[in-house]
Design a protein around this ligand. Structure first.
Ligand code: HEM
Length: 119
C-alpha cells in the first residue's frame, strides 16, 4: 500500500506540472484533461493513505498530523490548478503546496513507522 501511496502522489505532482504547463500555453483541452486525471488520482492518494491509516493499531499524534497535512497537500494542488485555470496569481498556493508537501514527506519517511524504508 505504501508503494501505491508513493506512486499516486508522485503522479499527482507530474499531472499538476502538466496541467499548469498546458494552462500557461493556453492549451485548454490538454490542461482540462490533465486536471481531470489529477482529480481521479486524488482518490488513489486518499485510498492508499486511508488504507495505511487503517492499518495502524496505535494512533499517536504523528499519524493524525500526517493525514491532515496530506489533505492540505491535495487542497493546495487543487488551489494551484484552479488559479492557473482562472489565470490568477498562484504564488500563495504554490507556497502552501511546498510547505505542506515537505512536511508530509518528512513525516512519512522520517518519523512514521510504516512504509518502504527499512526501520
Ligand atoms: C499528496 C499528498 C501526500 C504526500 C506527498 C504524502 C507522502 C507520504 C510519504 C512520503 C509517506 C511515507 C511512505 C513510506 O514510508 O514509504 C506517507 C505515508 C502515509 N501517508 Fe501520505 N502523503 C500524502 C497524502 C496523504 C493523505 C491524503 C493521507 C490520508 C488520507 C495520507 C496518509 C498516510 C499514512 C497513514 C501514511 C503511513 C505513515 C507511516 O509511515 O506510518 N497521506 N505519505
Amino acid at each position: 500500500m505504501a508503494h501505491l501511496h508513493i506512486t499516486s502522489w508522485v503522479i499527482a505532482f507530474v499531472l499538476l506540472g502538466l496541467a499548469t504547463t498546458f494552462y500557461r500555453a493556453d492549451n485548454q483541452k490538454a490542461a482540462k484533461i490533465s486536471q481531470m486525471i489529477l482529480r481521479l488520482d486524488y482518490l488513489l492518494i486518499l485510498y492508499s493513505g486511508g488504507s495505511l491509516f487503517a492499518s495502524y493499531s496505535n494512533y499517536g499524534p504523528g499519524v493524525i498530523i500526517k493525514v491532515v497535512i496530506g489533505l492540505w497537500v491535495i487542497a493546495a494542488m487543487e488551489g494551484v490548478a484552479v488559479k492557473y485555470k482562472k489565470q490568477k496569481p498562484a504564488a500563495k498556493w504554490w507556497a502552501q503546496l511546498s510547505v505542506a508537501a515537505i512536511i508530509a514527506i518528512i513525516l512519512g519517511w522520517g518519523f512514521l513507522p510504516l512504509g518502504i524504508l527499512p526501520s
